[in-house]
Design a protein around this ligand. Sequence first.
Ligand code: HEC
Length: 162
Amino acid sequence: MKKGEKIIAVLIALLVVVAVGREIFRSKPVDHAGEIPFYTTASDELKLRASELYKDLKCRDCHRLWGVNNIMQFVPAPSLDGIGSLRDEEWLYTYFSAENPQALLKSRLKPEYRMPSYANLPEEDRRTLAKYFASLKVKDWYLDEVKRMEQEKLTGKSSSHE
Ligand code: HEC
């Protein structure tokens, strides 16, 4: 190789390294793989009371919580993980107290799959459920991740490449 060719070869190699490196560092958000994005701020007592209600009232037949659902049921109900980042305690209390929950949240499901009314439950139990579900949060980075994925789905490109 002549001296001039060598310099060009080195320059090209450098450009490739820089381009690949930028691609790797630029598009990678912090890696949270394996980390659970959901958490609760509830006291141990509230957790215990709410999980008893959750079990006795068979919420699990339809919903997924902490990644767990009833594998014998296939109701396409929303997952309740992190629901407190979406709904506050008052909203949840009103929802659990509604004679017709579908008036608050429209349903596209068959009647037998829809959210049942818990209006007949003692007030204390509805409060407990509302408090507990309001305490279920999702970490910010997970929301960012979900938004990024939505963006990719909608536009076909990653928002971090803008
Ligand atoms: C028969 C199935 C079924 C059961 C049992 C059930 N749910 Fe639901 N739930 C649903 C469906 C489906 C929705 C979505 C709205 C709809 O389609 O009616 C929903 C909606 C919700 C929502 C609102 C979610 C959102 O996106 O805002 C909460 C909170 C909730 N349920 C909590 C509970 C709790 C707590 C229990 C037990 C006390 C329970 N559900 C029992 C089917 C069920």
